[in-house]
Design a protein around this ligand. Structure first.
Ligand code: FAD
Length: 449
């Protein structure tokens, strides 16, 4: 990705980043030599490798080039801040990520951020679904909580975009960004920070020095653990199976969340007569549903959805994700911050994970920009704490509220069913409650203050 100019406090150096290709070539050359000269050579190479460990300096090292890490890097374009983005996957996977079954419901805020970051225009229009209405159903109860865009002041409640296209567009907007050095197929072996800076050790022996280290390495973040930041996790004992299905009848841009007693079914409207289907069920039953034949599975979903969409057909692979919610106790420490799922990994039922991650990434990028403009240290704990406080204000009610909702809607006891029904009636009858939920569906703005 060319040369870059790190802006460490007090020193400005020019470093030549090792691209994924040249790193691979270096390793390949080493392997050929080792084959020729045998064990002795291999030992010598190891010693040399230790002596020659490269020390590269950056302003920021981001660990994890998922949607949050990429979005954060993009939000710092044009600042001149040098960024190393370390990722375990290969560059070709980032260029063309495989479809992973997740179709992401986006708030208006996320759509706007994605437009501002140049990502939106890279997503093909015929891959963008629109949610105009949303209905929540409780078993066979006739009471549905109904959210409508009509009368809400907006044309629609949200959008639906496949996750792999979000990842692809996020990669495309940073790939030619001159301040970003991408280090792929790389494993982080150590992370340390102190008052003067951070140090990230890679498996190939390289040492990356930084003013600020960011972990964006998923809800199961190993960096978070290496940095000693505690997180609470909640295993729901359930699995979510996601896939795409076409259907005979139109979905009318309506999303459904159907709480049946044994499993939950969400149907999210995609472009045309296609929907994203999300089935949540106890882990013990997930394997059997994954093994079902495509036709049997499609007929089962159509039946559970009471034929509202007519005959249905499975048109993608099924993907299963274990449901574990994770919340880091602290999002920051000395010269270190967590973003995306590494800070908070949400249960997908309320579709907030990426929306929160994007908003949080923008919030932290705003702190970094502000420090830069005011001549302050970009890794200063005061700025990081300010990010943490603002992001937690958005995260905590959503995280705990979502978990409470999941508990309520997976409680199959009679009192649980009655309470659910009462909650839906209350939501329908009390406009302030309904409009508050509707606002959460359309906007998440931890970055707006
Ligand atoms: C079924 C499902 C449906 C969902 N639906 C929605 C929705 O409708 N709306 C919504 O807003 N959100 C939704 N989400 C949540 C959303 O997918 C996540 O919040 C989002 O992908 C998190 O992005 P991230 O970059 O933080 O983490 P990830 O996407 O997990 O990316 C982490 C990256 O870090 C890399 N990595 C990991 N460890 C290391 C390491 N040690 N060194 C270097 N790299 C590393 C990984 O390879 C990966 O590229 C859903 C999630 C699921 C599971």
């Amino acid at each position: 990705m060319g040369w870059n100019l790190p802006l460490m406090p007090g020193k400005t150096r020019l470093v030549k980043p090792i691209s994924c290709t040249s790193l691979a070539l270096t390793l390949a050359a080493g392997d050929i030599a080792a084959n020729i000269f045998g064990k002795k050579m291999r030992r010598a190479r190891r010693v040399m490798g230790q002596e020659m460990a490269r020390k590269d300096s950056f302003d920021i090292v981001i660990i994890g080039a998922g949607p949050a890490g990429l979005g954060f890097a993009r939000a710092l374009s044009g600042t001149g801040i040098s960024i190393a983005l370390v990722e375990t996957q290969s560059q070709s996977v980032l260029e063309d990520p495989a479809e992973d079954g997740r179709d992401i419901a986006l708030t208006h805020t996320s759509e706007k951020i994605m437009r501002d970051l140049g990502m939106w225009e890279r997503i093909p229009a015929d891959q963008i679904g629109t949610i105009r209405d949303a209905k929540v159903l409780n078993g066979p109860s006739p009471f549905a909580l109904h959210f409508e865009s009509k009368g809400s002041g907006a044309d629609y409640l949200g959008r639906i975009v496949p996750n792999h296209l979000i990842r692809k567009s996020a990669y495309e907007v940073i790939k030619d960004q001159p301040n970003v050095t991408l280090i792929c197929e790389s494993e982080v072996t150590s992370v340390e920070t102190d008052a003067s800076g951070g140090n990230v050790g890679l498996k190939d022996g390289r040492q990356l020095q930084a003013t600020l280290v960011i972990a964006a390495d998923s809800r199961f973040s190993t960096t978070r653990r290496k940095m000693g930041l505690a997180a609470s996790s909640l295993d729901f004992g359930r699995v979510v199976i996601v896939c795409e299905m076409t259907h005979e009848l139109s979905h009318d841009d309506t999303a459904y969340e159907c709480f049946h007693y044994e499993q939950t079914l969400a149907i999210l409207p995609m472009f045309g007569n296609k929907s994203s289907v999300v089935v949540t069920l106890p882990s013990a039953r997930a394997d059997a549903v994954m093994q079902m034949g495509a036709a049997e599975f499609a007929a089962d979903i159509a039946r559970r959805f009471e034929g509202r969409l007519g005959a249905m057909k499975l048109v993608s692979k099924r993907h299963a994700y274990p449901l574990v919610g994770v919340l880091a106790k602290e999002f920051v420490t000395t010269r270190f911050a967590l973003i995306g799922d590494a800070a908070v990994g949400m249960h997908p039922v309320t579709a907030h994970g990426y929306n929160l991650g994007l908003s949080g990434a923008l919030l932290l990028a705003g702190e970094v920009r502000s420090a830069l403009q005011n001549g302050r240290d970009i890794g200063d704990l005061t700025g990081l704490k300010s990010y943490e406080a603002a992001h937690k204000r958005a995260v905590l009610p959503l995280y705990h509220g979502t978990n409470a909702l999941v508990r309520l809607y997976t409680d199959n006891s009679l009192p649980g069913r009655v309470l659910r029904d009462a909650a839906l009636r209350l939501g329908s009858l009390l406009p302030p409650v309904k409009s508050r939920i509707q606002r959460q569906l359309t906007h998440i703005e931890s970055h707006v203050r």
